[in-house]
Design a protein around this ligand. Structure first.
Ligand SMILES: [Mg+2]
Length: 376
């Protein structure tokens, strides 16, 4: 099989409604923009697609396809994913590609492989489970009372665990984390995500509160450039760290976070870690050290990773409103089902042109099919 066409679609992506923040001053909800969908076609009539959901990717991916990727991919065997993955990293040496670009070809190649073999990608990757609990991952709310209300609502909606994104103010956030623990009781797993708000002193202050309140993990309190800073933090707080979400360098850099001893959990995703191939390298490396690799973000790609990776706990589901709403495809007991495939497909929410509609996954229908088949 050979790749015969490399197409880039310019797709309208509407703003998040309502808009939200990860912490004060750090926008979470994207505004209107244009995103790229890459489609690879072959001489055997099998194709593969991948979306780059970051606004603005339409221009960047189209440019990179024209200058580099089309020449690289036309004529290549799409089933040789490892070889093509190494080629993309080779191009990166002079191009300094964005993390999105390091991932997009791999994501499309895995989608293509799934369609070729007639399997969902999570199954091709090893198929560890068919469903997993989802945690409610909040955005930032105005005040403590709203967080407590949202926490209650999330538990009512069936979410078994909650992760807070708060204000990025060490004193206020520490107080909030203690109050939420008090509010939900000792049995509910809680996590906190600092969205890189702190220096070491503030990170220790929040970490002490999380340790006292028995939080499951403490995510990305500091920008993920200095592994030494994280090593010092891990030496000073008891709460386990969940890190290396946004660190550059994919598996190679995640390896150093692991080797330094600061990570109990590591973050994996397709979009920031070189696609499925990079994400699975990190998950396997973490597993060898008996660490967990937790998929990042509410995407169709994360759903596949959650089903494939043995050493992960949860799917991350966003809650950005009060009253809280349950994301599509999550059951009343907070479970998310394995996507049906074949391949990966495209996540809903963008205004895809007619020729891409065939790839869009209906998450509610996928969950229904899963329940009818009986979870195992
Ligand atoms: Mg995070």
């Amino acid at each position: 099989m050979r790749i015969t066409e490399v197409e880039c679609f310019d797709v309208f992506a509407p703003a998040a409604e309502p808009q939200f923040e990860w912490r004060d001053g750090l926008r979470g909800g994207p505004v209107d923009g244009r995103v790229a969908v890459l489609r690879l076609r072959t001489d055997e009539g099998v194709d593969g697609v991948a979306v780059v959901p970051r606004r603005g990717s339409a221009v960047v991916v189209a440019d990179t396809v024209e200058r580099l990727l089309r020449d690289e991919l036309i004529g290549a065997d799409p089933l040789r994913r490892e070889w093509l993955w190494e080629r993309i990293w080779e191009l990166d040496r002079t191009e300094e590609l964005s993390l999105d670009l390091l991932a997009v070809v791999d994501k499309a190649l895995w989608d293509l492989a799934g369609r070729y073999y007639g399997s969902p990608v999570w199954e091709l990757l090893g198929g560890f489970r068919r469903e997993i609990p989802a945690y409610a991952s909040t955005s930032t709310f105005d005040n403590l009372e709203t967080y407590l209300e949202v926490a209650t609502q999330c538990l009512h909606l069936g979410y078994p665990a909650i992760k807070l994104h708060a204000w990025g103010d060490a004193r206020r956030d520490a107080k909030l984390c203690l109050a939420v623990r008090e509010h939900v009781g000792d049995e509910v797993p809680l996590m906190y995500d600092g969205s890189a708000a702190f220096d070491l002193a503030d990170a220790i202050y929040v970490g002490d509160a999380l340790s006292d309140a028995g939080y499951l993990w403490y995510e990305e309190p500091i920008r993920e450039f200095s592994i030494t800073a994280y090593k010092w933090l891990a030496e000073r707080v008891r709460v386990p760290l969940n890190i290396a979400e946004t660190s550059d360098g994919a598996h190679m850099n995640a390896a150093d976070f692991i080797a330094s001893g600061c990570a109990t959990f590591v973050r994996v995703s397709t979009e920031l870690k070189g696609g499925f191939t990079g994400a699975m390298r990190i998950a396997h490396l973490a597993d060898a050290f008996r660490l967990r690799a937790e998929p990042h973000g509410p995407t169709i790609y994360a759903r596949h990773l959650c089903m494939a990776i043995s050493n992960c706990t949860y799917y991350e589901s966003l809650v950005t409103t009060c009253p809280a709403k349950r994301e599509a495809g999550i059951s009343a007991t907070g479970m998310v089902a394995a996507p049906p495939g074949p391949g990966v497909g495209l996540q809903p929410g963008f205004e895809y042109p007619a020729e891409l509609e065939q790839y869009v996954v209906d998450l509610d229908e996928a969950a229904l099919l899963h329940r009818e088949a009986g979870a195992s």
